[in-house]
Design a protein around this ligand. Structure first.
Ligand code: AMP
Ligand code: FE
Ligand code: FE
Ligand code: ZN
Length: 295
């Protein structure tokens, strides 16, 4: 189980393949179970899809089965929560060993912290609105990584707000009065850990409107630590940010990806709305990886 020669991976990623490398299932804050997510990917005409739930690999097995059944290629991934100063930074991780001990430990810690933080937020919200922790539990699949979207769903169910977006611009906004942070490793530690676990780290949506950007100096330290790529074609990256990212990617020889960041009904993002070029996926597959994609 390690990297493969360029020729072999090229054969499995044909020219013209439609590839979406960033999606969420109900194992985190997406609304479709992993198998249904893969079914939706087939319906959207995708040839290859990555399942990248927040801080968990628990959807991999079901996605693999569905992919086999439906003839959709699966790239096993995850979106790691990290933190730079006060900003949350997401790092996509592909094809790492899900049993790697220190990574597993770190993921368990982040998920436990997310749970603690969600309870604390709900307690604060509960002082002003009729919502309880049980409401949130009902919106969360067993064992799923808990996030603000689950609190949003509970608020919607209670009729307090209309949809997730309304929650994120109001009650759940970091300046909405109820926000609590949670522990997450520094991006640099995240990148190192992903590499240590035999994975390929790619910075997720690094040029999101209204969000802090990592200074290029820091990005350079990430590259030195093994950062392999940047997600450029993503609806939340600004046009100006995309241009800067292309420039950075060229200068540091980084892989350039594109994706939908699909969350089922939880977000307007549609599968395949942004794609990753086949040669860029081949570069990911050409890295030394602990797990093989199912293509
Ligand atoms: P958390 O990680 O718990 O702080 O919540 C952030 C998550 O909420 C991200 O992974 C996004 O997918 C999701 N999110 C952010 N903004 C929105 C929005 N406007 N509508 C729906 N989901 C959102
Ligand atoms: Fe999400
Ligand atoms: Fe993200
Ligand atoms: Zn995402």
């Amino acid at each position: 189980m390690s990297g493969e020669p360029e020729a072999a991976s090229s054969a499995r990623v044909p020219e013209g393949a439609r590839i979406d490398l960033h999606t969420h299932s109900s194992e985190s804050d997406g609304t479709e179970r992993p198998a249904d997510l893969v079914r939706s990917a087939a319906g959207a005409g995708l040839d290859i899809v990555a399942i990248t739930d927040h801080d968990t690999t628990s959807g991999w097995a079901d996605a693999a089965r569905a992919g086999q059944e439906l003839g959709v290629g699966i790239v096993f991934g995850m979106e790691l929560s990290t933190q730079y100063e006060y900003a949350s930074v997401h790092v996509l991780a592909y094809l790492f060993d899900p049993d790697h001990e220190s990574l597993r430990y770190e993921l368990a810690r982040v998920r436990a912290e997310r749970l603690r933080r969600a309870k604390s937020m709900v307690e604060r919200i509960g002082a002003d609105y009729p919502i309880t922790w049980d409401d949130v539990v009902r919106q969360t699949s067993d064992g799923a990584t808990v996030g603000r979207p689950h609190i949003a769903d509970a608020l919607v169910e209670r009729g307090i707000i209309a949809n997730r977006s309304e929650a994120f611009t109001g009650i759940l906004h970091w300046r909405g009065g109820y926000y609590r942070p949670h522990y997450a490793p520094a991006p640099l530690d995240g990148v190192r850990l992903i590499r240590e676990a035999g994975g390929v780290p790619v910075l997720a949506h690094p040029a999101t409107r209204g969000r802090m950007r990592l200074p290029e100096e820091y990005t350079k330290t990430l590259v030195d630590a093994g950062l392999a790529g940047v997600e450029i074609d993503h609806r939340d990256n600004t046009d100006e940010g995309k241009a800067q990212l292309r420039d950075i990617a060229r200068r540091y020889n980084l892989i350039m990806t594109g994706s939908s960041d699909y969350h089922g009904d939880g977000k307007p993002n549609r599968l395949g709305e942004n794609l990753t070029a086949p040669d860029q996926l081949r570069r990911i597959l050409g890295e030394p990886t602990a797990t093989q994609a199912q293509l």
